[in-house]
Design a protein around this ligand. Sequence first.
Ligand code: GDP
Length: 365
Amino acid sequence: MKCHGCGVEIQTKNPDDLGFLPEHIFEKFIGREDEALCQRCFKLKHYGELIPIPINKNFYNQLKSIIHEFKTVLWVIDIIDFEGTFDKDILELVKNKELFLIINKVDLLPKSVSFSELKNWVYNRVKNELDIKKDNIRLISAKKNFGINRMVKILKEKRIEKAIVIGTTNVGKSSLLNNITNVKITTSSFPGTTLGIVKRKILDSDIELYDTPGIETKKRFTDFFDIYTQVEMIPKKTISRKTFKPDVGKVIFVSSLFRFKILSLAKDSLKPIFLIFAPEKIAFHQTKEERVNDLLKNHIGDILFPPYEKEYPLNIEYEKEIISIDEGDELAMPGLGWISVRRGPLNIEVVKPKNIELVIRKPLI
Ligand code: GDP
């Protein structure tokens, strides 16, 4: 089998050599060999020349040394994964800048969400961590071309001359830039750094936007999957939601990587009611505790997904945590979605990958 991007023979053994494709993905292309793309070409197709970069010390130092050349930063955030994309380490880099928070993918929220309430929600969510004016929070949809003209108008009114554009992977940074800028002008490398940066100009203006590689924070549930799976997990439709009124002892899975068990209720209290919100290709599944082991052994890939393949290699260290969420609050699972408690409190024991932090927050919806 050959990669239809670079023509190299596909191999499944060495991720660092040319033509690499993970084995579980290789199997998907049997029978449709001419569609196979090696990992490198797949990344190029999705990210262009700005291949994502993990947020390690080296990257951090490089970005730090570049960012002082910019007064203004456009930070693109995905509203569907606010907690996973409003990253604390990135926040440290942009704290003293003139910052625009570009909240993308608002088209994926239910129609009932009002934009003025949404903007207030974002403002209240960030105001203790950032000194930002409400006007610098822009709600947009790069896909549906919503809010973008207004955003550009504000950049012009504020006489912004140049800005650096940053964001974690898959927030829609390139969709936005492809919409508002001409094709790239130069790929500039800043002295002392190896970071790929692409300079663009906003159409009909002299405003320069410097595009940077997508950042992999390694703090999202998505980070346990290969890029093929990550791309499949990106929502295409209005976020799915499902209501649960489970009994004590019931276990609910969200994908195969996260589950929680309903703990005992206070005497005389009513059963909790909650909603789970997640992209359409993330499974929710309610079961009895006795079934958990069978599901984990035999049903990853069909009932519990992602991953989308049965033989997917998962090598994760899990941990348990007990959490109580008050009525009206939400528990966000970075990269997966969130749980909104409508009648509570909800007392649960969660099982999640180590190092993934859950966040309790005021309700988005
Ligand atoms: P980047 O990695 O930040 O450059 O993100 P991309 O621009 O490649 O977008 C990642 C995915 O999100 C793609 O599948 C896009 O089609 C999708 N996407 C980007 N912006 C929007 C948006 O406003 N709404 C929706 N529904 N999808 C979007």
